[in-house]
Design a protein around this ligand. Structure first.
Ligand code: 5GP
Length: 187
């Protein structure tokens, strides 16, 4: 099997969601749907954006070994469901959109996983994008910028970094990375 586990990480506001949607539209990929204990936001759908579950259910799944990885963000759990991903890997390349801590856990357990970090051209661009969303307080934006700097400090643990200045270019770059990996890795 030459299907790849592809992990995309990057700070909030960098455009990961848009990139993932573009990749999915092009076909050939399956997206892993994570579990979370956070509240559903307007426009989100259970089973599509996330599986929204309780803290109790999440903790019992941890005990059962139900997650490939999990982490805690701003007081909520997020995790990658093991069975969901393993089933999809049988037929597709699987994209995980997860944070840096989760990505490093995945790499430890699955050294063949490909880690791609998506970055903004610079911190100011990220701040402008986050402000442009108009959904978060200045304090929350600064928290996200702090998190961005932490994620950036893990850059060397990633196999690739892609700068999302121009969306189509970033998507093409990721597609190329995956294509090259598939051509170079054969079982
Ligand atoms: P949000 O609440 O904005 O959807 O996501 C917050 C953060 O959680 C993002 O950085 C996102 O990449 C991360 N995240 C989403 N799903 C998972 C997951 O399954 N595992 C881990 N470790 N992080 C996740």
């Amino acid at each position: 099997m030459n299907n790849q586990l592809i992990v995309l990480s990057g700070p909030s506001g960098v455009g990961k969601g848009t990139i993932v949607n573009k990749l999915l539209k092009k076909g050939g990929f399956a997206l892993s749907v994570s579990c979370t204990t956070r509240q559903m936001r307007t426009g989100e759908e259970d089973g599509k954006s996330y599986f929204f579950i309780t803290k109790e259910k999440f903790e019992s799944l941890i005990k059962e070994g139900g997650f490939l990885e999990y982490s805690n963000h701003f007081g909520n759990y997020y995790g990658t469901p093991a069975k969901f991903v393993k089933d999809r890997l049988k037929t597709h390349d699987v994209v995980l959109e997860i944070d840096v801590d989760g990505a490093l856990q995945i790499k430890k357990a699955y050294p063949r996983a490909v880690l791609i970090m998506i970055l903004p051209p610079n911190e100011e661009t990220l701040r402008t994008r986050l402000k442009g969303r108009g959904t978060e307080s200045d304090e929350r934006i600064e928290e996200r910028i702090k998190r961005y700097n932490y994620e950036l400090s893990k850059r060397q643990c990633y196999d690739f970094a892609v700068i999302n200045g121009d969306l189509d270019k970033a998507v093409a770059e990721i597609e190329n990375i995956i294509k090259e990996i598939k051509e170079s890795k054969h079982d």
